[in-house]
Design a protein around this ligand. Structure first.
Ligand code: 5IU
Length: 436
């Protein structure tokens, strides 16, 4: 509906109508047009309503601030989204997601024309209320009445719109609200299925990161806390006395306590090298790890390598979409490209390592979130810790990685129970839908 910008009087009329219809009552501090065609109308409304304008860049600048959202705003401010036409609602959702990633509230969208093909429902499923100045039925009704189109044309257009509905987007809420048991049924990755089921049966979403350099100490720790964890995350290459017996003991414990093993290898090479690193060398990771972490940086070849290495076996990958460390170089575009890559290899993907619930919607994948301690804090090397409440209720974590918070506690066994109970309480609260 780019035409309105070619007619200045029409633009003015639409902005007056939109202002009276939806903007003048709105409490939002900012307006943001969905790039690009809604930008002129958003500018007019920003001036008329005296609300500051935010600009979303479609591609972040490769220089300077690299900001996706430009403008003066504070975390917690609210922003009204302006769009000319919605069909599936996906363009509005992209803008909403980028605003939410910046900590802005983006819960209202004002549309000139709703084509009535499912976009409104998709947006409402993602907690965005939609007000449209016209629906396609309104417009067709007006055109038929004023004899600009025939009655038959009106009927044909309505039939077309009814028959050609946009695909239903999975609601963000659905992933966040669905219990693990349900998601175990939905997922096509065998390790995600197992992990969802273990979390549901053992009532724990705690993953322990056993970052110790002695195999005896690791096994001793797991013996103490095995009942309270669903996943053991290893860095196999930091163990100083590594031998094959360690793997035998670890895998026996996994059976005894019913947990899975994640080797946090963060593979990041070309596919051929990865296949070697995964299957060969001292550690033969593919033989014992249920799943591994892997960067998307090298491109799809990395997932192809895992696909062929794992042919006929039940393994999984956690793809790194975001990191917890301060000043890391991952941009929102990189994160979204990672999610797209995961979608292409969905069967192989157990989940994503990430920090924000907006990062992905697919309820089949597990959001694994590291950087967690009972109090928000930082370590001296850039690690950032959030609380269980924050990561589960606000940030969408499904399975939570805790390392030093438990490993170096005075009484690791008692501390593991505190973490397990706190994390589980947050999860129960989240699926009850009673998050304020
Ligand atoms: N880890 C992170 N942040 C990340 C990723 C992995 O902390 O973004 I990807 C790993 C590093 C460490 C564990 O093995 O998770 C967290 O340990 P602490 O809870 O001790 O910081």
């Amino acid at each position: 509906m780019v035409f309105e910008i070619f007619y200045s009087q029409l633009q003015e009329l639409i902005s007056v109508l939109l202002y009276d219809f939806a903007i003048k009552e709105s409490k939002c501090q900012h307006v943001c047009g969905v790039p690009y065609t809604a930008l002129p109308i958003a500018t007019l409304l920003s001036v008329k309503a005296k609300k500051s304008m935010l600009m979303r860049r479609k591609e972040a600048k490769s220089y300077g601030t690299k900001k996706v959202i430009e403008g003066h705003y504070c975390v917690g401010d609210s922003c009204l989204i302006i769009e000319d036409v919605i069909t599936s609602g996906s363009s509005v959702m992209e803008t909403v997601n980028d605003l939410r990633k910046e900590g802005l509230k983006a819960d209202e969208a004002i549309i000139i024309l709703d084509r009535e093909q499912g976009g409104k429902q998709n947006l409402e499923n993602n907690n965005v209320s939609v007000k449209s100045l016209f629906t396609m039925s309104d417009l067709i009704g007006i055109l038929v009445e004023s004899k600009k189109v025939t009655e038959q044309m009106g009927i044909d257009v309505k039939n077309y719109l009814n028959n050609v509905q946009a695909p239903k987007s999975v609601s963000l809420n659905e992933r966040i609200l669905l219990p693990y048991e349900k998601r175990a049924e939905l997922t096509s990755n065998p390790i995600a299925k197992k992990l969802f089921n273990i979390m549901a049966v053992k009532k724990t979403n705690l993953c322990i990161s056993v970052d110790l350099t002695s195999s005896i100490k690791i096994l001793d720790l797991i013996e103490q806390i095995g009942d309270h964890i669903c996943l053991v995350k290893t860095h196999i290459d930091i163990i100083e006395d590594f031998c094959d017996n360690f793997i035998t003991s670890l895998t026996n414990m996994a059976k005894k306590f019913n947990f899975l093993i994640l080797e946090d290898r963060k593979f990041a090479d070309i596919g051929n090298t990865i296949a070697l690193q995964y299957e060969k060398g001292l550690y033969k990771i593919n033989e014992w790890a249920d799943c591994v972490t892997c960067h998307s940086l090298p491109g799809e070849g990395i997932l192809k390598a895992f696909s062929s290495s794992n042919e006929g076996t039940n393994k999984g990958i956690f793809l790194l979409a975001e990191m917890s460390s301060e000043g890391n170089l991952i941009t929102p575009e990189y994160t979204q490209a990672t999610v797209k890559m995961a979608e292409k290899y969905s069967k192989l993907i157990t989940g994503l390592v990430c920090q924000k619930k907006e990062t992905f919607n697919n309820p089949e994948w597990i959001q694994l979130t590291p950087g967690v301690q009972l109090e928000s804090s930082k370590d001296s090397l850039g690690q950032v810790y959030n609380t269980p409440e924050k990561v589960i209720l606000e940030n969408g974590a499904d399975c939570v990685v805790v390392g030093r918070g438990i490993v170096f506690a005075k009484n690791p066994a008692a501390e593991a129970i505190v973490y397990k109970d706190t994390l589980w309480r947050c999860y129960m609260k989240r699926i009850s839908g009673k998050i304020e």
